[in-house]
Design a protein around this ligand. Structure first.
Ligand code: ATP
Length: 246
């Protein structure tokens, strides 16, 4: 399988504080990889570097074998993301917002695409509301719909279901996995919901204090830590990293 994303020695320093410390990993075609770690571990910083929202201090990011800095526009057009800190235009309706995003991405059959996403993500009933009037769960659904506007080959999901109720969260997970299976694309997914992580992940990368402390399949992690419960594994890693930093 081809590597869609290859990160090599990626580092981000804020003055003398190292938020991400020389991390290296790959994500291959069709893989769903979770990026886990305690609060402040460096997950969002990593995702923001992958989106070119912040510049790395050092290290390389390659997407489809091409350097992200050198091919920024071309590579970003093949990616998409959703994150709680990425606010949608609150004065537009969901349909207007999806139309604007589809035009930004140069989607040819944009009317058809917008209609498809409104139906798929159960947003059609909200057509008259402005985004600022939507509940946080509804905004989250719209954020995920937006992430599929350009059929991304690399999808970055920063806590994509955090505001969704358990039933909607399950539907969203199933939809995300279905769309990505159809496109053969890859996903990098962060969440603090261990049941969600267990359901979706082919591989889990654990970050602690900016460093990768584990990168393995859920099955192998369970063997390594002698624990069936991913939440217990998380707590073990989080406590180990905390005791080292004290
Ligand atoms: P959470 O699970 O809480 O969302 P995270 O793993 O996403 O955490 P980051 O948001 O990546 O963590 O933050 C990593 C570290 O970098 C934190 O200690 C944070 O305080 C620090 N940090 C982030 N942005 C800045 C900044 N602009 N200046 C200084 N420090 C920063």
């Amino acid at each position: 399988m081809t590597a869609i994303l290859r990160v090599t020695n990626l580092t981000k320093q804020y003055n003398h504080f190292t938020a991400v410390n020389s991390i290296s990993f790959e994500i291959k075609e069709g893989e769903v990889v979770s990026l886990l770690g305690p609060n402040g571990a460096g997950k969002t910083t990593t995702i923001q570097m992958l989106l070119t929202l912040i510049a790395p201090t050092s290290g390389d990011i390659e997407i489809f074998g091409r350097n992200l800095q050198g091919h920024r526009e071309e590579l970003l057009s093949m990616m998409n993301f959703t994150a709680p800190y990425s606010l949608l235009p609150y004065n537009l309706t969901p349909k207007e917002a999806l139309t604007v995003f589809s035009l930004l991405y140069g989607i040819r059959d944009y009317k058809q695409k917008v209609k498809f996403l409104l139906d798929e993500f159960d947003l059609a009933g909200l057509v008259k509301k402005r985004i600022g009037q939507l509940s946080s769960g509804e905004q989250m659904r719209l954020g995920i719909a937006k992430a599929f506007i350009n059929n991304p080959k690399l999808l970055l999901l920063d806590e994509p279901t955090a505001s969704a109720d358990p039933s909607i969260a399950r539907e969203l997970r199933e939809k995300i996995l279905k769309f990505m299976q159809e496109s053969g694309g890859a996903v990098l997914w962060t969440s603090h919901n261990m049941r969600e992580i267990e359901t979706v992940s082919d591989r889990i990368i654990f970050l602690a204090r900016g460093q990768i402390v584990a990168d393995d399949t859920p099955q192998n992690l369970k063997k390594r830590f002698g624990q069936e419960d991913l939440e217990e594994i998380f707590v073990t890693i989080a406590r180990e990293s905390l005791s080292k930093s004290l």
